[in-house]
Design a protein around this ligand. Structure first.
Ligand code: IMP
Length: 199
């Protein structure tokens, strides 16, 4: 089954494609499908935003679409930045600006209070002609903590400061990250559900 991937984030795309390929699925990027669109993510949960993205793209492309909406929940910040993770330091903030703001917010906070989780909700949306569309949302979490400084140079986004044990997401190989990551868990759950679905 070929899906449209409802994201413009190149690094996230690569991860989703890699995990879906490992599950035996193929996914086309919006660029490959010739679609250029910005989707307003105005949901209040990862699940709502994932549904908005997958539904919008599935209806434009007239084919099944898969989306991911993800972010960081930091204990010391009462679960923030949550759905605002991409915009934590402002509307068009860079990864570096977001990380700087997070490290500043946790300055002098001791290790035992730096707990955090990365969360990913993925959505499969299938438009059905002459029937009711199908949508499935699955969520994965990876528990960790926010490091005191950037460690490692792989990955993207907040990877250099998201620690699992004493290793940052940035230091992990792609396979190591996929095996424990929020996105890996969410997509594997979705894969299990898709295995029992007929399109
Ligand atoms: P979204 O594109 O609205 O889902 O925003 C997700 C935000 O969380 C962006 O700032 C991403 O960089 C960040 N993010 C999501 N997943 C990861 C990850 O696996 N590693 C690091 N940052 C991530």
């Amino acid at each position: 089954m070929i899906f449209a991937l409802a994201t413009n984030n190149a690094k996230k795309l690569k991860e989703i494609q890699r995990i879906l390929n490992a599950l035996g699925h193929d996914a086309k990027t919006l660029r490959e499908l010739g679609i250029e669109t910005e989707i307003e993510e105005n949901g209040t949960t990862f699940a709502e935003n994932a549904l908005i993205k997958a539904k919008t793209i599935a209806q434009i492309c007239k084919m099944p679409a898969i989306s991911d909406d993800s972010g960081l929940e930091v204990d010391f910040l009462g679960g923030a930045p949550g759905v605002y993770t991409a915009r934590y330091a402002g509307e068009n903030a860079t990864d570096d600006e977001n990380i700087d703001k997070l490290l500043a917010a946790l300055k002098d906070v001791p290790a035992e209070k730096r707990g955090a989780a990365f969360v990913s909700s993925v959505c499969l949306y299938v438009p059905v002609e002459n029937g009711e569309d199908i949508s499935v949302v699955c969520t994965g979490r990876c528990e960790g903590w926010i490091g005191y400084e950037r460690i490692g140079d792989g990955g993207f986004g907040y990877d250099p400061v998201f620690m699992v044990g004493d290793v940052s997401y940035s230091e992990m190989t792609a396979e190591e990250k996929d095996a424990i990551s929020h996105r890996g868990k969410a997509l594997r759950l979705l894969g299990e559900k898709m295995a029992n679905m007929t399109f």
